[in-house]
Design a protein around this ligand. Structure first.
Ligand code: BGC
Length: 530
C-alpha cells in the first residue's frame, strides 16, 4: 500500500513537472483536448498488425513468412526474440475485442497475414481456416459497433515468394499481391468498409532495401555492408512494384467490390514532419525536399499519377517511369490518406553546403542522410528537437502533427485523411518504472490530439485517429523491449493489463472531459484495483 502511495506521489509530481515544462517550453504548445473538439462522427481507434500480435506462427496451415525466417537468424532481432507467440492474439482475439469495446473504441485497424491466408501465394490453395479467423474478428467488431480498418500488407508475406522470385524486387509480386487482395476483398468486403492496401511503402523500401534492418536485409555502402543489394536503386524498384500493385488492386476493388457497402480504399505513409535546421533558404528547401521524398514518393503517384518533381530532378533515370496507362491507373487511386505520424526531425541541405554525414555513420543513431541530399537529425547543437523516446528518430514534437496534416492537406487538395498510427514508447531504460503508470504516453496523446484538433479547425479533412498500439507487441527488429501499447502484456502469462493511458483513453472517449494534469492518486489506485 505504501509503495502504491509512493508511486502515486512520484507520478503526480512527474506529471506536474511535465505539464509545467510543457507550458513553459512553448507558448504555442497545446495540451488540453476533449472528445468534443472533434467532429461527432470522427472515429477513435487503436491499431495493430498481424505479425506483431498474432503469434501462432506455424499453426492451422500458416506458412513461414519473410519475418519468421528473419527472426530465426541470430543477430537480426536486437533481443534475440521472435514472434512465434507474440501477444497470442490468434487465440485471444475475443478477449482483445472485449477490451476494445470496454475502451469505447469506434474503430480498430489490423492487418491480414498473407502467409496465413495464402500459404503458398497464388500457387497453392486458400486457407479457409484463416478466412474464418479473420471473419470472426470482423463479425465481432461489427457486432460491437467497432469499424474494422483492414490493412492488406503490413511488412509480412509468404517466404516462398522471396525464394521463388525475389519478393518485391520482382514485378511478379504484383500479380501475387492482387490475387491476395482479391481473396480478401471477396471474403470480407461485405463487412469491411475501410481498406488500406499497404502500410508504409516508403518505410518498407528503406528499411528492407536501403538500410537493411528488415528482411531481406539488402543494402550497399555507405548505407551498410550487406551481402548483396543496391541501396540507391533497389528501394526505388521495390516501391515502384508496390505502387503498381496498389493501382491494380484499387481498380479491382472499385470495379467488383466497392459497391457491396460503398467502401473506401487508401494507403498509409510513414509521415515524419521535417523542419529546417537553420534559417538558411537552402535548409528550408531541404525540409521541403525531405517531405516530398518521404510522403510524395507514395502519395504523388497515387494522387497525380507521377513521382514528385523533386525526386525526378535528383534521381533522373534511376527513378522508374510510369507508362501513360499506368499513370492513369494510379492517379486518384486512393479515397483517403492514412498518416502514420510519430515525430519531427531537422533537415539540412547537402547540395550546396556539403554534409558532415557522408559515410556509413549516417546510418547509426538518429542522424543520417536520406534520399534527396538531405541530412536529417533529431538534434541541433546537442539539444534534442523534442523529448526522446524509445525509438531513435521519434522525438516528441506535438506541433508536428498539425504541421504534417497542413502539409498533406495543401499538397493533396485535402483528400480525406485518417491518422492511422500515432504512439509513444519510453526509452528502454525508463520503461520499467513507467510501464503501467505511463503518464508520458498520456501527455503525448493529449498534446498530439490537441494539435490534430487544431489542424481540423483550420480545415483539414481528418476523419479518425488510431493509437499505436492497442497493446505492447513485437516491435520488429527491436523485439519486445520497445513498447507502444495501451495495454501491457504480462509474460509468460500473456495477461492483458491496462496501463494508465488505457484509463485516460476511455475517459477521454466516454466522459468527454479534459483529463487534465495532474493525474490524481485516485486514478492511480483505480488502475491498481483493476
Ligand atoms: C509501423 C508499426 C511499428 C511502428 C512503431 C510504424 O512504422 O507501421 O508496425 O510498430 O511504426 O515503430
Amino acid at each position: 500500500m505504501k509503495t502504491a502511495k509512493l508511486k502515486c506521489v512520484i507520478i503526480v509530481t512527474y506529471f506536474l513537472i511535465a505539464s509545467i515544462s510543457a507550458v513553459k517550453s512553448s507558448t504555442e504548445e497545446l495540451t488540453n483536448v476533449k472528445r468534443s473538439d472533434f467532429p461527432h462522427e470522427f472515429l477513435f481507434g487503436a491499431a495493430t498488425s498481424a505479425y506483431q500480435v498474432e503469434g501462432a506462427f506455424h499453426e492451422d496451415g500458416k506458412s513461414l513468412s519473410n519475418w519468421d525466417i528473419f527472426c530465426h537468424i541470430d543477430g537480426n532481432v536486437i533481443d534475440g526474440s521472435n514472434a512465434e507467440i507474440a501477444d497470442d492474439h490468434y487465440h485471444r482475439f475475443m478477449e482483445d475485442i472485449e477490451i476494445m469495446e470496454s475502451l469505447g473504441l469506434t474503430a480498430y485497424r489490423f492487418s491480414i497475414s498473407w502467409s496465413r491466408v495464402l500459404p503458398r501465394g497464388k500457387l497453392g490453395v486458400i486457407n479457409q481456416v484463416a478466412i474464418d479467423f479473420y471473419s470472426k474478428i470482423i463479425d465481432n467488431l461489427v457486432l460491437r459497433g467497432i469499424r474494422p480498418f483492414v490493412t492488406l500488407f503490413h511488412f509480412e508475406f509468404p517466404h516462398e515468394l522471396e525464394e521463388r522470385f525475389g519478393g518485391w524486387l520482382s514485378p511478379l509480386m504484383q500479380e501475387e499481391y492482387v490475387y491476395f487482395a482479391e481473396v480478401c476483398f471477396r471474403s470480407f468486403s461485405d463487412r469491411v468498409k475501410h481498406w488500406l492496401t499497404f502500410n508504409e511503402i516508403n518505410l518498407y523500401a528503406e528499411f528492407a532495401y536501403e538500410r537493411a534492418v528488415f528482411p531481406p536485409l539488402r543494402c550497399s555502402p555507405p548505407f551498410g555492408d550487406c551481402a548483396s543489394g543496391n541501396s540507391d536503386v533497389e528501394p526505388l524498384v521495390v516501391a515502384h512494384n508496390m505502387l503498381l500493385a496498389h493501382g491494380q488492386a484499387a481498380k479491382l476493388y472499385r470495379e467488383k467490390f466497392k459497391s457491396k457497402m460503398d467502401g473506401v480504399l487508401g494507403i498509409t505513409v510513414s509521415a515524419f514532419m521535417y523542419v529546417p535546421l537553420t534559417d538558411d533558404e537552402n535548409d528550408k528547401e531541404a525540409a521541403n525536399r525531405a517531405l516530398a521524398f518521404n510522403n510524395g514518393w507514395t502519395l504523388d503517384p497515387l494522387v497525380f499519377g507521377e513521382y514528385p518533381p523533386e525526386m525526378r530532378k535528383i534521381h533522373g533515370s534511376e527513378l522508374p517511369r510510369f507508362s501513360a496507362e499506368q499513370s492513369l491507373l494510379l492517379s486518384k487511386s486512393i479515397d483517403f490518406i492514412g498518416i502514420n505520424h510519430y515525430g519531427t526531425l531537422y533537415a539540412k541541405d547537402c547540395i550546396h553546403s556539403g554534409c558532415i554525414c557522408n559515410d556509413s555513420s549516417c546510418t547509426a543513431g538518429s542522424d543520417r542522410a536520406i534520399r534527396g541530399y538531405v541530412y536529417t537529425a533529431g538534434e541541433r547543437d546537442g539539444i534534442p528537437i523534442g523529448e526522446r523516446t524509445g525509438m531513435d528518430r521519434f522525438y516528441v514534437v506535438p506541433r508536428g502533427m498539425e504541421d504534417i496534416v497542413d502539409y498533406i492537406k495543401e499538397r493533396y487538395n485535402n483528400v480525406p485523411m485518417f491518422v492511422t498510427e500515432n504512439g509513444f514508447s519510453y526509452p528502454v531504460e525508463k520503461d520499467d518504472s513507467f510501464q503501467l503508470h505511463d503518464v508520458g504516453r498520456i501527455q503525448f496523446h493529449r498534446s498530439y490530439l490537441a494539435h490534430l484538433a487544431q489542424a481540423i479547425r483550420k480545415g483539414g479533412d481528418v476523419r479518425g485517429y488510431f493509437v499505436w498500439s492497442l497493446m505492447d507487441n513485437f516491435e520488429w527488429s527491436n523485439g519486445y523491449g520497445i513498447k507502444f501499447g495501451l495495454y501491457q502484456i504480462e509474460h509468460p502469462t500473456l495477461k492483458r493489463i491496462p496501463k494508465l493511458s488505457a484509463t485516460w483513453y476511455t475517459d477521454f472517449l466516454n466522459k468527454s472531459t479534459i483529463f487534465d494534469a495532474p493525474i490524481s492518486c485516485n486514478d492511480a489506485s483505480r488502475l491498481q484495483s483493476q
